[in-house]
Write a protein that binds this ligand. Structure first.
Ligand code: C2E
Ligand code: MG
Ligand code: MG
Length: 751
């Protein structure tokens, strides 16, 4: 059954009901029979549909439907009592009797359902004013009813207190439910939810009208069933059922977004009600009112006025607060919380054929820029970048900033995955255009991970996790590219975890070894130094090269103990060769920033040198340009090392963001020009660049060494540019210590 069929059923049912009442009007028993049976049928259908809605929906919101279905069940129970008295026993029903108690319970369950829907959004501070308003509203309505209905109509007419109470309880409860529905309507965050509330609200408006007519019209015939009012009650029941059907089709959940600023609209109602009451008091008693009472009423009106002003201020504050809570103050973009809400909306309400895409963007090497140029420049860059991104995405989606240099693009409606790829390509292409910050131009490239809804996940967590995995992959693939999630990435993540676990064991069980690569003097062709390079001896995977695990060890902090082991082992081995009478050459050890940042780093180096008895001048520490992140501290450490006699070099020189002015002030001895600068020396522009870097290094009074020399032609070029030192496969690959020892002793014979 769908919504349209249910509405058609409602019309046919009403028509049949009225026809029955009309034709059987003269015969009371048949009239009662028809009215009882048709009412039983109506509430049964409503119960069945609502209960199915409860069963079909899987979220916690299903309880709302459970409460509504219980309400329908109590209606059914009430009609069963009627049936028993009127049709089986053929006697008038007692008033108030069991039927009334059943129906009142049904009203209570309906009220509970809507209150539950409101509370479900979280009992926050803002729920309290909401209930306060509800109570205030009820006080106004009850006062008016007592004054104008109960007093004149019932008490004076001589009705018992219970029957008066029961008669009044019906419309009062209707009103409560209507107010609750109204709140739900205002708090609804989507069109679907509002339509749902329109179904329920219409039903209860009809019910309120019917109950009021019943109370007014009832007179001494309260207990009668089988009047023309009976079909009207069924309208509410069946409209609730229709709402259930609608929810089954369109909603995964009744999601009601409770935020105080939205409640302001309706929260004026109780105050208006109170003002109405005050006006009535003045109107009815004006002649008898003394000055005290008049003053009191004016004071009350002023308090209400003040309350309006406070409410307005509150609304403003809440708007500001909401803006702050959902936006990133630097760029003005939506933040992680906003993203979660928006994606939740897609995951919760999208139909199966709607595709959405999540692009997780992480800027490459942004930390370097931030730290070298200062945070202010970094902030400017982020702002420019976010504007650029927003300009590209426009109305196709939304851009969020969810962390330092992490952005998210949510494309809520895409035809196919390729739509997302086109956007990613656009972002990559645009990132090639330099951004200007404080007079300097920068190219900041992004790595983008993409996940698609619903293919790669149907909830926020999974989609985000998968976009993150894809982004990691993009980083691994050399940055400045995009990757779409696929299940193989899970394998990669798994591998990463295995590495992490394996490393832990390797640290404990000494599962590493050092390889040594010669550094040569191009003029004398002699080995003048060596670089110690770590290898991980894995029991299953064999020798694992550092690029596979160093970054992970850095992230997990394991690099500290690994680095210490490398330093100790390299110093120990160098000393051993010296003792064996091999040429006195120094050893270079790679040091990660994390190690350098340790408070006891200098102490560790001192201890190791002492322990291994190696003279400090034979140790060189290779650090990367990222040490410039904390220039002041790094300078102090480098200075301390210099004072100890330990040499230092900048590894992979030219690949970071350090400026020459910074390099100039750093107390270092060597720059190691990165392999990428000698990779394509056929190109004259590259030749000039290499020449310039060598020249600059020398001008700064530093020793210059070029890494990654593989061909003779490269070596000749270096000689031409007066570069004396080099390292590379041409002279020797990294090798185990035994092999390197042999190489060194060979050289010894030459000397
Ligand atoms: P790096 O310090 O720049 O080391 C030079 C890398 O270039 C080594 O790779 C070396 O094998 C490779 N290489 C040397 N000459 C050539 C050549 O002619 N052609 C080519 N294609 N490659 C050449 P490896 O041993 O895989 O190390 C990679 C990186 O891992 C190192 O780069 C260093 O940053 C890091 N690393 C190695 N050992 C350690 C360590 O003990 N601690 C830390 N923190 N990092 C280390
Ligand atoms: Mg190195
Ligand atoms: Mg290097």
């Amino acid at each position: 059954m769908n919504v349209a069929k249910m509405l058609l059923f409602l019309f046919i049912y009403l028509f049949a009901f009225y026809t029955w009442l009309f034709i059987s009007w003269e015969n009371e028993w048949t009239r009662f029979l028809g009215a009882n049976l048709l009412s039983l049928a109506g509430s049964a259908v409503s119960f069945a549909v609502l209960f199915k809605t409860y069963r079909v929906l899987s979220q916690k919101y299903r309880c709302f439907w459970l409460l509504l279905s219980i309400s329908a069940l109590f209606y059914f129970a009430g009609y069963s009592v009627c049936f028993y008295y009127q049709t089986i026993l053929s006697v008038a029903m007692p008033y108030p009797g069991w039927a009334d108690y059943m129906w009142l319970t049904a009203y209570f369950f309906a009220l509970a359902a809507f209150l539950y829907a409101i509370i479900l959004r979280g009992i926050s501070v803002s729920v309290k004013p909401l209930f306060f308003n509800l109570v205030l509203f009820m006080v106004v309505v009850i006062t008016l009813s007592l004054q104008y209905i109960v007093e004149p109509m019932f008490i004076e007419a001589g009705y018992t207190t219970t029957s008066t109470f029961v008669s009044i309880a019906y419309p009062l409860l209707d009103l409560c439910v209507l107010v609750a529905i109204m709140i739900c309507y205002y708090l609804a965050s989507s069109r679907y939810e509002r339509i749902l509330m329109v179904f329920c609200g219409t039903g209860f408006v009809v019910q309120l009208a019917t109950d009021l007519i019943y109370v007014y019209w009832g007179g001494d015939s309260f207990a009668d069933m089988g009047t023309f009012l009976d079909p009207l009650w069924q309208i509410n029941l069946l409209l609730q059922g229709t709402a259930g059907l609608y929810a089954q089709k369109h909603l995964k959940e009744v999601k009601i977004d409770l935020s105080f600023y939205k409640t302001v609209n309706y929260s004026v109602l109780p105050y208006i009600g109170t003002m109405f009451l005050l006006t009535l008091i003045v109107y009815e008693n004006y002649a008898d009112m003394d000055i005290l009472l008049k003053g009191c009423i004016i004071a009350l009106l002023l308090i209400i006025l003040r309350q309006f002003v406070i409410m307005k201020k509150n609304k403003q504050l809440m708007d500001e607060y909401k803006h702050l809570a959902y936006h990133d103050p630097l760029t003005g973009l939506g933040n992680r919380a906003k993203f979660k809400e928006d994606i939740g909306e897609i995951c919760g309400h999208s139909s199966a054929d709607n595709k959405a895409a999540l692009l997780l963007i992480d800027l490459d090497r942004f930390k370097g820029i931030n730290d070298t140029l200062g945070h202010q420049a970094g902030d400017c860059l982020l702002k420019e970048l976010s504007e650029k991104l927003e300009g590209e995405i426009t109305e196709k989606g939304t851009v969020y900033r969810i962390g330092g240099d992490e952005f998210l693009v949510l494309l809520p409606k895409i035809g196919s995955t390729s739509d997302a790829l086109v956007i990613a390509e656009g972002i990559l292409a645009n990132s090639q255009q330099p951004l200007s910050v404080q007079g300097n131009e920068f190219v900041v490239t992004p790595s983008i991970g993409i996940s698609i809804y619903p293919e790669h996940g149907q909830d926020t967590e999974t989609l985000f996790r998968n976009a993150d995995a894809a982004m990691y992959r993009a980083k691994e693939k050399g940055k400045n590219n995009y990757q779409v999630y696929n299940s193989a990435l899970n394998d990669l993540l798994h591998e990463r975890m295995q590495i992490e676990i394996g490393l832990r064991r390797a640290v404990e069980e000494n599962g590493f070894t050092l390889y040594y690569q010669p550094k040569v003097d191009l003029y004398s062709k002699k080995i003048v130094g060596m670089e110690a390079l770590i290898r991980w001896k894995h029991p299953e995977w064999g020798l694992v090269p550092p690029f596979k695990f160093i970054s992970i060890a850095e992230e997990t902090g394991q690099i500290i103990s690994i680095g210490e082991w490398v330093l100790r082992e390299a110093c120990k081995q160098t000393k051993r060769w010296q003792v064996e009478g091999l040429p006195l050459i120094g050893v270079s050890v790679n040091v990660s920033v994390q190690q350098l940042e340790q408070n006891n780093f200098i102490q560790t180096v001192t201890d190791i040198l002492k322990e291994t008895n190696l003279s400090a001048r034979f140790l060189e520490l290779e650090i990367t340009e990222s040490v410039i992140q904390d220039l002041k501290r790094s300078t102090e450490i480098l200075q301390d090392l210099r004072e100890m006699g330990v040499r230092t070099s900048i590894d992979d020189f030219g690949t970071g963001y350090s400026s020459l002015s910074v390099i100039k002030t750093l107390p270092i001895n060597v720059i190691k020009i990165d392999k990428s600068f000698i990779d394509d020396l056929d190109n004259p522009a590259n030749q000039d660049l290499l020449k310039a870097i060598i020249w600059i290094g020398k001008s700064l009074g530093l020793q210059v060494i070029v890494e990654g020399v593989e061909e003779e032609q490269q070596m000749n070029m270096l000689l031409e540019y007066n570069c004396q030192f080099a390292q590379g496969y041409l002279f020797g690959k990294p090798m185990p210590r035994e092999e390197f020892g042999k190489l060194l002793s060979g050289q010894q014979r030459d000397i």
